[in-house]
Design a protein around this ligand. Structure first.
Ligand SMILES: [Zn+2]
Length: 354
């Protein structure tokens, strides 16, 4: 029986590729190698690099690095600060979206001022939405601002039942709010923390089993599954001040195919969450002849190392899964085949360039 299926290349709208400034954790070349190994053919990279991508100069620097290094297609977010309300007119059109952090995160980009957040929502003119890191009461706050300004707001890595309940209500009211959830919040809970130790630390933190169950029970409200791939070295994670974040690009599709195998998700819905909706929300161009072939019958255990991500560990190590990426094809060219990344650095295209 042929158990190989073909899916459209996955779109991951939330990754951290650490360039510039964090090249010892990940680079455009290593992070997009991990993407292709995971069947992901488009990544949207977050701006909390060092320096953060908050003006034309830093954005241009990252864009040049991505053009030289990326092996799959990519977009770059701009980061909102109190100082960059007056963006150059052509910059929003070059960005995947505007990222607004209103809750604690990794890096210096947190905004705490209502006038600044409101002004960013009113002024943003990019093709992509305003993506927000909002937790707890900040979810209804940003949802209300989206409704009041009419600005599409995409809520990143929703992790708790009540947050998703608010998003359901917002959608029922027709507000332009969309959201994503991560595999780690769908598969892990705070009960895994004793075993994971610092490898289980991320923001938002792992939640309760009831929250995790609510994400699955309300998956119809969710627009995208995004990894929030946020690599740090093992030495950093085991230090006295472990930074938040976990890698996830290479484990995304095996986990989702396992959910399909367990009949917790349909293949149609998987495609919707990892391709159709992300493309629509972020207004991404089509990728012709771009697909991933996966073996839906292969039983294997996610290993602790041997990954393409430079940090080379996984919070899902030891988890049995059903389904494995066999090969990934980008624009008709074999980009990943049987464990080997074949696409060279620089072969990826910027989703905001012709
Ligand atoms: Zn993130």
């Amino acid at each position: 029986m042929n158990t190989l299926i073909r899916l459209p290349g996955l779109v991951d709208v939330h990754v951290h590729l650490r360039e510039p400034g964090g090249e010892h954790k990940e680079t455009f070349a290593s992070g997009t190698a991990a993407a292709l190994a995971g069947g992901v053919t488009t990544v949207l990279a977050m701006p909390n690099t060092s320096p953060p991508l908050t003006d034309a100069e830093t954005f241009g620097l990252a864009r040049a690095r991505a053009r030289a290094g990326a092996r799959c297609d990519y977009g770059l977010f701009l980061g909102a600060t109190a100082a960059n309300l007056e963006l150059p007119a052509d910059l929003p059109g070059q960005a995947a979206g505007l990222k607004v952090y209103v809750n604690e995160t990794f890096g210096p980009l947190r905004l705490e001022s209502l006038p600044v957040v409101l002004a960013h929502l009113q002024r943003w003119r990019g093709p992509g939405p305003v993506a927000v890191h909002a937790e707890g009461l900040m979810v209804p706050a940003l949802t209300a601002l989206s409704a009041l300004t009419g600005r599409p707001v995409h809520i990143c890595h929703v992790s708790r039942a009540a947050e998703l309940a608010v998003i359901r209500l917002a959608k029922e009211h027709g507000y332009p709010v969309t959201c994503e959830v991560t595999p780690h919040h769908l598969w892990l809970t705070e009960a895994d923390l004793p075993e994971l130790g610092p490898l289980g630390l991320m923001r938002p933190p792992l939640a309760s089993a009831a929250d995790r169950d609510a994400l699955w029970a309300n998956l119809d409200v969710v627009d995208c599954i995004a990894t929030d791939h946020a690599p740090h070295t093992l030495a950093e994670k085991h230090s006295t001040t472990p930074p938040p974040g976990v890698p996830g690009l290479e484990t995304l599709l095996p986990l989702l195919l396992t959910a399909v195998h367990e009949r917790r998700l349909t293949l149609d819905r998987l495609v919707d969450l990892t391709n159709t909706r992300p493309r629509t929300i972020f207004r991404l161009p089509a990728q012709p002849e771009t697909y991933v072939e996966a073996d839906t019958a292969e039983h294997w255990t996610l290993p602790p190392s041997g990954w393409h991500t430079q940090c080379d560990w996984s919070p899902f190590a030891g988890m049995p899964v059903v389904g494995r990426v066999a090969r990934t094809v980008v624009r008709g060219r074999l980009a990943y085949d049987g464990g080997h990344v074949l696409a060279s650095p620089g072969s990826g295209q910027n989703v905001r360039e012709e």
